[in-house]
Design a protein. Structure first.
Lengths: 113, 112
């Protein structure tokens, strides 16, 4: 158990819908990262927050957004869902803003039908 | 942009054997981190080992060790005395600033 929690574990929804994925980092970690794992794209970095502020953006679609709240938990919002958004979404956390090892949560498996 | 390449899509060895997984990367940076993550069938991403680029000494964690060749941009993982529980996908990752860049993974199967 990494100490990073993610909810829900599984999510099944229809195209065009909007969903919110939630992540709580390890105690003491200020930085949260979101990754997408799909069969065709592999593991890709989406976005990073540090102590409530966005720090870096990767291959995140405009239909996706995220935020980190004062209690340091983070939410990833996915809207206008398409079939290709079906993937495993991971949250990871680390103590500092970059360069340190990241600890991953169990992931949320999103299926868009 | 950094890239990470794992040239072995699949590997299979017998229990108790030693196995080495290959990883090469491309970067113009001098300071960075390298990691190996394990993803078992449960899909959880588990950190196996970490190497700082400024350290010449290769990292070791119990049965897991790395061979870090900075000039060659090579970072291989050696698993000694392999166990059935080592069966998993293994991902090599490059870390610099805010994100990790992952390779495509090597599927390792340990046979009884």
């Amino acid at each position: 158990d990494s100490g990073v929690t993610q909810t829900p574990k599984h999510l099944i929804t229809a195209t065009g819908q909007r969903v919110t994925l939630r992540c709580s980092p390890r105690s003491g970690d200020l930085s949260v990262y979101w990754y997408q794992q799909s069969l065709d794209q592999g593991l890709q970095f989406l976005i990073q927050y540090y102590n409530g502020e966005e720090r870096a953006k990767g291959n995140i679609l405009e239909r996706f957004s995220a935020q980190q709240f004062p209690d340091l938990h983070s939410e990833l919002n996915l809207s206008s869902l398409e079939l290709g958004d079906s993937a495993l979404y991971f949250c990871a956390s680390s103590v500092v803003a970059g360069g340190n090892e990241q600890y991953f949560g169990p992931g949320t498996r999103l299926t868009v039908t | 942009a950094q890239t990470v390449t794992q040239s072995q899509p699949e590997m299979s060895v017998q229990e108790a054997e030693t196995v080495t997984l290959s990883c090469t990367y491309d970067t113009s940076e001098n300071n960075y981190y390298l990691f190996w993550y394990k993803q078992p069938p449960s899909r959880q991403m588990i950190l196996v080992i970490r190497q700082e680029a400024y350290k010449q000494q290769n990292a070791t964690e119990n049965r897991f060790s790395v061979n870090f060749q900075k000039a060659a941009k090579s970072f291989s993982l050696k698993i000694s005395d392999s166990q059935l529980g080592d069966t998993a996908m293994y991902f090599c990752a490059f870390g610099r600033a805010q994100k990790l860049v992952f390779g495509q993974g090597t599927r390792l199967t340990i046979n009884p």
